[in-house]
Design a protein around this ligand. Structure first.
Ligand code: ADP
Length: 638
């Protein structure tokens, strides 16, 4: 039996509370298009199960009328005049019908599986793609406070669970209902007294199964949590193997892994002990039922019904009774599993739909037109923004003319990246406005804003694919010559040529590992190829050595020449030629001007410059004190 208790304390708790009647929605919203498959599954199930139930019935007729010759040979729905009169003919007819039920049964089982599987597969496909598309459009803060694994788990585990429920769950439910209703009805018609006896174990099995599920669920939860911590330990140790070796802590780590593994073993064994008792227990209960039915039924056949019972039974009916009672047990035993599957699917549906209903998606104005870039002028008009309640940037106002280069400098955590994310409309400002050529970024379509801006960040992500694909990412129609030209301009062509397959070398996760500097040059080439109106360089050269930086700087100057550019840099030497330098501290612009002007001002910028020039002894004391306070704050943030 496959039961794994879904962990219910998850980061999507809030999302789950948002989802109303998720199962109904699953069927109405996503099942709608698959109505044919659903009906085929349901109708075929009814026919397939009914045909499954026919052979014992025919067997009873064959035994009583043909072999024992006790009753007249008659078949339901068939006029007696059509039936053969000699026993051999009757035997052949009965066997022929049994053979036909098998043949048609096989056909209906096929169409039943076709229907349910088709329904489940199409619904899971639609749910998964829809969830992914919705997730993709959510604000960045949704991603900031969740682990990739947690989101993956919704897209894969939860959707798979829905699929499993839609297939196995619906299948088992229809079987349970048809078998239980069909068999119980038939038994009562045949002999209601023996039916009562035969159905005695049913409530016992129901209670027994319920108890089992209740006992095993927390145990499975323990198994899952111990396997989780074991995996984290292993992953952690393999990543930190160098430290383990240099610190001589192999025995210590071996012990820790052994402890984790032992915990997993104990948790698993605990669950196994319960599980392996359940099935023999079930067998025992149903066996007991069998024995009682056999004795009582046997006495009825002999014409001596025990106790208060008064009815008698033919041998054929007796055989049918025994077979049917046996068929009853397993669907009943599955009852608990169905409930469990339903509960888990319900929780999954809540997570999926809760996620789809996550508020805070950036809204586009109904009448939003595409952004029209003419000059590439950018204006921050009294901008205030915070991720939570506290503002991270406050009252920032400045204007940049088309083609100018603005540098943002300041200590870590001052709000430089945040400020540029507002330009890309990753977030919406709380107060004020960000405008490109006079158009508020909130009034134009989101894709047109992102299309106009090239973004090179300090963390360069490469998709698994060739170098060529990575450069052309987002500019999918670029020719090979254009890709190469972009790579040359980004000083990347040389190293790409030296890779095993040149531009066709696979990079990214599972591909060739590139150094930080190489990755950054690919990202710069990507931006060059895009040829955007506005360029954002967020520490774009932080990961490269000084020599490469010089080369990139040279090519960047080509890229930035006639383009509005925002550059965040720690190494001040890289931005000293900027048209204007904005110095940020604690989310506010504290100084602005050219390099020379700021040096002359002898404020924060001049101090930062002195630090990088190595003139540490000459720094004023209050600058050092402020730096210490700031560091304490950002360290605490981390
Ligand atoms: P800088 O680029 O100047 O180093 P950032 O703009 O990255 O500064 O960060 C400014 C402040 O905002 C920091 O205190 C940082 O911890 C916080 N911050 C950045 N990103 C997020 C986020 N996604 N959610 C919450 N706080 C954030």
């Amino acid at each position: 039996m496959d039961i794994d208790a879904g962990s219910d304390d998850d980061v999507f708790e809030e999302a789950r509370e948002r989802a109303e009647r998720p199962m109904l929605r699953l069927f109405t919203q996503y099942g709608e298009g698959q109505r044919v498959a659903f009906v085929v599954g349901l109708v075929s199930s009814v026919f397939a199960r009914m045909l499954d139930l026919l052979p014992p019935l025919l067997l009873a007729v064959a035994i009583d009328a043909v072999i024992q010759d006790e009753t007249a040979f008659s078949l339901w729905l068939v006029p007696d005049a059509w039936l053969p009169t000699d026993p051999v003919g009757q035997l052949f007819l009965t066997t022929g019908i049994i053979a036909a039920t098998f043949a048609f049964g096989a056909l209906f089982h096929w169409s039943r599986n076709w229907g349910w599987n088709r329904f489940a597969q199409h619904v899971q496909h639609a749910v998964r793609t829809d969830t992914y598309e919705t997730m993709q459009r959510l604000n960045m803060d949704f991603f900031a406070d969740k682990q990739t694994g947690e989101m993956m788990s919704v897209l894969s585990n939860d959707v798979n669970r829905l699929e499993k429920f839609l297939n196995d769950g619906l299948n088992s439910t229809s079987r349970l209902v048809i078998m239980v209703v069909g068999i119980a009805a038939y038994l009562f018609v045949m002999n209601w007294q023996l039916a009562l006896v035969a159905l005695l174990p049913v409530p016992i099995i129901a209670v027994f199964t319920k108890r089992f599920i209740e006992t095993i669920q927390p145990k499975y939860a323990d198994v899952r949590s111990s396997v989780g911590s074991l995996n984290s330990r292993l992953e952690n140790n393999l990543s930190g193997i160098q430290i383990i070796k240099t610190a001589n802590t192999e025995p210590y780590e071996a012990d820790r892994v052994e402890d984790s593994s032992q915990e997993y073993l104990d948790a698993n064994w605990d669950a196994i002990e319960t599980r392996i008792t359940f099935f023999p227990g079930l067998r025992l209960v149903s066996g007991l039922g069998f024995v009682v039915t056999f004795v009582v039924g046997g006495l009825m056949v002999l014409g001596r019904p025990p106790g208060p019972l008064t009815t008698t039974l033919s041998p054929g009916q007796f055989v049918a009774f025994i077979i049917y009672t046996q068929r009853f047990v397993w669907p009943m035993a599955q009852f608990g599993q169905i409930i469990n599957m339903y509960q888990r699917a319900y929780a999954s549906a809540e997570r999926v739909f809760g996620l789809m209903d996550t508020p805070g998606r950036l809204e586009e104005a109904a009448d939003a037109a595409p952004l029209r870039v003419t000059e590439g002028a950018v204006e921050y008009d009294d901008v205030t923004f915070g991720y939570g309640d506290d503002p991270v940037v406050e009252d920032v106002t400045f204007e940049v003319e088309g083609g100018e280069t603005v540098a943002l400098v300041g200590p870590t955590g001052a709000g430089k990246s945040t400020l540029l994310k507002l330009l890309l409309r990753m977030y919406d400002v709380d107060e004020g406005a960000v405008r490109i050529d006079g158009q508020d970024v909130r009034d134009v379509t989101i894709p047109s804003v992102r299309q106009a801006i090239g973004y090179v960040s300090q963390e360069t992500f490469l998709f698994y694919g060739s170098v060529r694909e990575n450069i052309a990412y987002g500019t999918f129609d670029a020719s090979d010559a254009e890709i190469r030209a972009a790579a040359e301009a980004a000083e990347a062509h040389q190293f790409i040529q030296n890779l095993p397959d040149g531009y066709d070398t696979m990079v990214g996760e599972r591909g060739v590992k590139l150094s930080g500097g190489q990755r950054q040059r690919i990202a710069i080439a990507r931006a060059m190829l895009k040829d955007p109106d506005v360029l954002v360089l967020d520490e774009a050269t932080s990961d490269v050595d000084t020599e490469t930086e010089l080369l990139i700087q040279r090519s960047l100057s080509e890229l930035t020449a006639d383009r509005t550019t925002f550059a965040i840099a720690h190494r001040l030497s890289t931005i000293k030629d900027a048209d204007v330098i904005l110095v940020l501290e604690d989310g506010r612009v504290v100084e602005r001007g050219t390099h020379e002007a700021l040096l002359a001002e002898n404020g924060l910028y001049a101090n930062l410059w002195a630090v990088q020039a190595g003139e540490i002894d000459e720094l004023p004391d209050d600058f050092v004190q402020r730096a210490i306070r700031r560091r304490a704050r950002t360290d605490a943030d981390d």
